[in-house]
Design a protein around this ligand. Sequence first.
Ligand SMILES: [Zn+2]
Length: 139
Amino acid sequence: MPEKITRSIQFKSQASGNTETAEMHITAFSVPEQKTRAIKALLKFWLIAAVCVLIPIAHFLLVPGFFIGGIIVASRRWKTDAEGEDARGCCPACHNQITISLEKDAELPQWHDCPECSDPLQLQAVTSSDSGQADKNTG
Ligand SMILES: [Zn+2]
């Protein structure tokens, strides 16, 4: 089973430089789960490619497209150990509670616009000066 992890992060307003603490929800995968997900993606794409053989003319593009696309998506999933779900917290610009969809991206920093006030926000890891519980990956 993929593991749901909540990480504490910060929203930083690009305009004012203010920060607010926030929560980032990610799904973490173990190595066997990464491989299973990659193989499932590959088979799904290749199944679609096989079905596209039946479509006249378009199959010249669709079949190689899904065949190669399957390899690309599978190799990406093979390397992906975590997917971002969403980030929740208070916007440092408009002070509304906001939820930002991370579109499967778990890397930090990320840049998104606030859904309420459209202020550009940077999602960043909590720096050690703000909280003693920042987990640093140096090494
Ligand atoms: Zn806002």
